[in-house]
Ligand binder design. Structure first.
Ligand SMILES: Nc1nc2c(c(=O)[nH]1)N[C@H]1C(S)=C(S)[C@@H](COP(=O)(O)OP(=O)(O)OC[C@H]3O[C@@H](n4cnc5c(=O)[nH]c(N)nc54)[C@H](O)[C@@H]3O)O[C@H]1N2
Ligand SMILES: Nc1nc2c(c(=O)[nH]1)N[C@H]1C(S)=C(S)[C@@H](COP(=O)(O)OP(=O)(O)OC[C@H]3O[C@@H](n4cnc5c(=O)[nH]c(N)nc54)[C@H](O)[C@@H]3O)O[C@H]1N2
Ligand code: SF4
Ligand SMILES: [Mo]
Length: 758
């Protein structure tokens, strides 16, 4: 379908009674409740603390204070930030929880219940054969950690999640690399790795080429596979402004997300909060996984309408012939059959792009979580280039990053794909070549552990168990590692299910606004923020800073060779090394004296000269995806007279969760009242003979979930949506071979009316 959103929305709201506007009054209500709660004063103190928001990578806070963005604009903080801070302000987990509850009992906790236990306050150990986590002192922790690292380096690995600081991230990779291991798995492997790989091939740089300032000069935004109203709420302010200055927003998403049609933002209390601001000018609902087809269609329409920017292509790109030739050979029938959109709809989208003076192409997990995630990204990049929308203000490609410092982790070299310039700089710093043994990314790590090739794993944050597909396999794989160390602020299910063979250490750390020294973080738009020191509300807790832990472990392992690890307890010294070895980070050397935050050099392109050998963008052909789903027999089949059908399942975040951590059970905006729900199209219900609110079994290739309630909603026919992480029990890992990222957004499942196995 293509429609002006408001019409469709009126229908959706009438039929299911869920809000007809994203954001809106529930946001004000959320702020009021949080403010009036007993934690209110501490919450506000934290919001005003000079440190970057913990939650998403859109980024706010830092030296500008809690509510201002990098351009100094006020009121730039959202309720997601409040949720994240509130969770960190919980009291410590009572001693009795770990001494009183066995691992078996802790494994019964839901994600929400595990998070509600409180903050971790003392180091804990689960020893082989024991039933309970027990406290231990830091000295004992370091003895165990050091011994665990004294194994062959290629059998030692790390996994990280992007909430820690640049300083901790840099130290983590320096420790692993100096020790001889390249096994630096990171949550970005499960997230935007296809964007990094895809963009680096085309533009020579793997991040957004658009700054906030540049975005504000665009007059069209193409928003693909993003639920920004829930996951990057402040981006909505930019879309509201864009529409107000006469610009257009093209949304491409199989799910008609309410907030992408209309959004009420508290930043504009009068004009937007009351009735909501219109967001999508055109909303296209393609088949999940077909975005490359959509963009090939847009390119074909541009070509046929004579809207290709030939001068730009010839002057600033390479390989355009290799993209246009197969495009001409691809028929409209094939494109439309693949994506399920009509030629007219695609032509409308192309016309919107060619009419605009400056188009920013923005995307999130709906693009990357596919077996052809990297090709999806490159299909977008090609469209930007064919329409002349790269390398000038108000135009370009803008992946919308996830965790608040996930991009900083990439910049700091926490990746199995180390950039050549940084590799050289690190080799110069360490005075010797780095190991050439390829490292494990996240999926490779799980596979290697499963085949008993990993002895030791250090997790800097995250929930490796909960974030991976096939929870059974993840549990088995982690259970084949001798020692697993989890550095974390709060307990999560992974700490109870992802247990090592011999020793599991659960190590409590300061969060960003508590860390007793300055740190830095980098937003998705390449802006580096400086976070001031803080203190914790936890009384009598025994926390450690991440930098403190990593520097001490490295010192015990390597003393002062090849760098003075003891001195690396000083984050200002780490910043000095960052300035010397991380491309674009020169200004960090002076940040301690100037307090000046900065944009990473060489990332934002105001002119069409790209950091490739020729200075031109290198276009890549993107083949039309071959999308198919197996029949019911693939999942064991349907019993006689049993009702059911096979669907492409999107696994996504609910409104109130942060990744594997659930804050509140339901998602009012999608009309999903609890977590064991599946969003389905009414046409699919009718054709399969299933009913709204019926309880069904959902079978994947790795497992099944029972008593799942069907919620009818505005999702494309043939697709369904369920919430992660619970749904990870269902799926086997299928990955995009170019980036290693799993296809979380097109999981084949059988939905059936029976309750027990077929
Ligand atoms: N509050 C909050 N904020 C967060 C997070 C959080 O969990 N909570 N997580 C952070 C992280 S790490 C990340 S990566 C981001 C995630 O931010 P998003 O990528 O917005 O999150 P998802 O919930 O995965 O939703 C993806 C969107 O893609 C759509 N989609 C699914 N399949 C397809 C497809 O094939 N094509 C297209 N075009 N669209 C599709 C879905 O309908 C959904 O609207 O948010 C970050 N910010
Ligand atoms: N099915 C499905 N699976 C998915 C996805 C999906 O859409 N569908 N999305 C994928 C994506 S995009 C991502 S990014 C991954 C996320 O995977 P992860 O990043 O591994 O998981 P999180 O849930 O973000 O990790 C939360 C934990 O981090 C710890 N933590 C929080 N703050 C800090 C800190 O400051 N320091 C330290 N050391 N620890 C801290 C807390 O213990 C908290 O419980 O999941 C992926 N998995
Ligand atoms: S949009 Fe993201 S960075 Fe900004 S306040 Fe909200 S959660 Fe924080
Ligand atoms: Mo992510």
């Amino acid at each position: 379908m293509a429609a002006s959103g408001s019409v469709v929305m009126a229908e959706a709201a009438d039929s299911e009674g869920s809000p007809s506007v994203g954001g809106g009054w529930p946001v004000i209500d959320g702020w009021a409740r949080a403010t009036l709660s007993p934690k209110g004063p501490l919450l506000w103190q934290t919001l005003l603390h000079k440190s970057a928001c913990l939650s998403c990578a859109w980024g706010t806070g830092g030296q500008n204070g809690g509510f201002r963005d990098e351009l100094g604009e006020p009121l730039q903080r959202c309720l997601k930030s409040v949720e994240a801070i509130s969770a960190e302000l919980q009291p410590a987990v009572p001693e009795s929880v770990f001494s009183g509850r066995s691992i078996g009992a802790l494994q019964q906790l839901s994600s929400l219940e595990a998070d509600r236990l409180g903050r971790l306050s003392h180091p804990l150990i689960l020893r082989q054969g024991r039933s309970h986590y027990e406290r231990l002192g830091w000295d004992d922790v370091f003895v165990l950690a050091e011994a665990a690292f004294r194994r062959p380096p290629e059998r030692v690995a790390s996994y990280s999640s992007g909430r820690s600081s640049n300083e901790a991230a840099y130290l983590l990779q320096l420790l692993l690399r100096a020790w001889g291991s390249n096994n630096l798995a990171d949550c970005s492997d499960l997230c935007h790795a296809p964007s990094t790989v895809g963009l680096a091939e085309v533009f020579g740089s793997g991040t957004s080429m658009v700054s906030l300032e540049s975005l504000q000069q665009a007059d069209c935004v193409v928003l693909v596979g993003s639920n920004a109203p829930a996951n990057h709420p402040r981006l909505m302010n930019e879309l509201i402004r864009l529409r107000e200055r006469g610009g257009s927003v093209l949304v491409i998403n199989p799910v008609l997300e309410v907030g992408l049609l209309k959004f009420g933002s508290p930043a504009f209390p009068i004009k937007s909060m009351l009735r909501g601001s219109e967001i999508a000018s055109l909303f296209l609902q393609p088949v999940p996984g077909s975005d490359t087809a959509v963009f090939l269609g847009i390119q074909k329409a541009l070509l046929e309408a004579g809207s290709i920017q030939w001068d730009f292509l010839k002057a600033h790109t390479e390989n355009w012939q290799e993209v246009l030739e197969p495009l001409q050979a691809t028929s409209w029938e094939a494109i439309c059959a693949c994506c399920g959109l009509s030629r007219e709809e695609i032509e409308q989208a192309a016309a919107m792009i060619s009419r605009a003076r400056g188009v920013v192409f923005a995307w999130a997990m709906g693009i990357t979580h596919h077996v052809n995630g990297t090709a999806n990204v490159q299909a977008i990049a090609n469209t930007a280039l064919l329409s002349g929308n790269a390398g000038r203000p108000g135009a370009g490609t803008m992946p919308i990053r996830g965790h608040s410092n996930v991009q900083g982790f990439g910049s700091m070299g926490v990746s199995v794909k180390l950039r050549a310039a940084m590799q050289e700089a690190l080799e110069a710093l360490l005075g010797r070549p780095l190991s050439r043994v390829p490292g494990y990314d996240t999926r490779a790590l799980i596979e290697a552990a499963d085949s008993r090739a990993v002895d030791t794993l250090l997790c800097l944050g995250g929930n490796l168990w909960g974030a991976n597909p096939d929870s059974q396999q993840a549990r088995r794989a982690l259970g084949r590692i001798d020692t697993v160390m989890y550095l974390a602020t709060k307990p999560n299910q992974g700490h109870f299910h992802g247990l090592a063979a011999q020793t599991t250490l659960l190590l409590p750390v300061f969060n960003r606004f508590e860390t007793p020294h300055r740190t830095t973080t980098e937003s998705g738009n390449n802006f580096v923020r400086l976070n001031e020191p803080g203190s914790t509300h936890l009384k009598q807790a025994d926390l450690i800073s991440e930098v403190g832990f990593l520097a001490e472990l490295a010192r015990r392992l390597m003393g002062s060779e090849p760098v003075d690890w003891g001195r690396l307890q000083d984050p200002a010294y780490i910043r000095e090394l960052i300035a010397r070895t991380v491309p674009g980070y020169g200004p960090i050397a002076a940040i301690d004296s100037t307090n000046r935050e900065f944009s990473v050099e060489g990332r934002v392109f105001d002119r069409p000269h790209f950091p490739t050998p020729s200075g031109r963008a290198r276009m890549r052909p993107t083949p039309l995806p071959a999308l198919s789903l197996p029949g019911p027999d693939h999942f064991g089949g349907l019993a006689p007279r049993e009702k059911g059908l096979v669907l492409a399942l999107i696994t996504a975040r609910s409104y109130s969760q942060h990744n594997t951590v659930v804050y509140k059970p339901g998602d009012a905006y999608r009309g999903m009242p609890h977590r064991n729900t599946i969003l389905m199209n009414r046409g699919d219900l009718a054709s399969a003979g299933l009913e709204a609110h019926q309880r069904v079994t959902v079978h994947g290739e790795a497992g099944s979930l029972e008593a799942v309630e069907i919620i009818p909603g505005e999702i494309r026919e043939g697709a369904a949506l369920m919430f992660y992480p619970e749904v990870n029990v269902l799926m086997t890992p299928r990955v995009d071979p170019r980036s290693g990222t799993p296809a979380f957004k097109r999981v084949p499942v059988l939905v059936r009316s029976g309750v027990s196995g077929p």
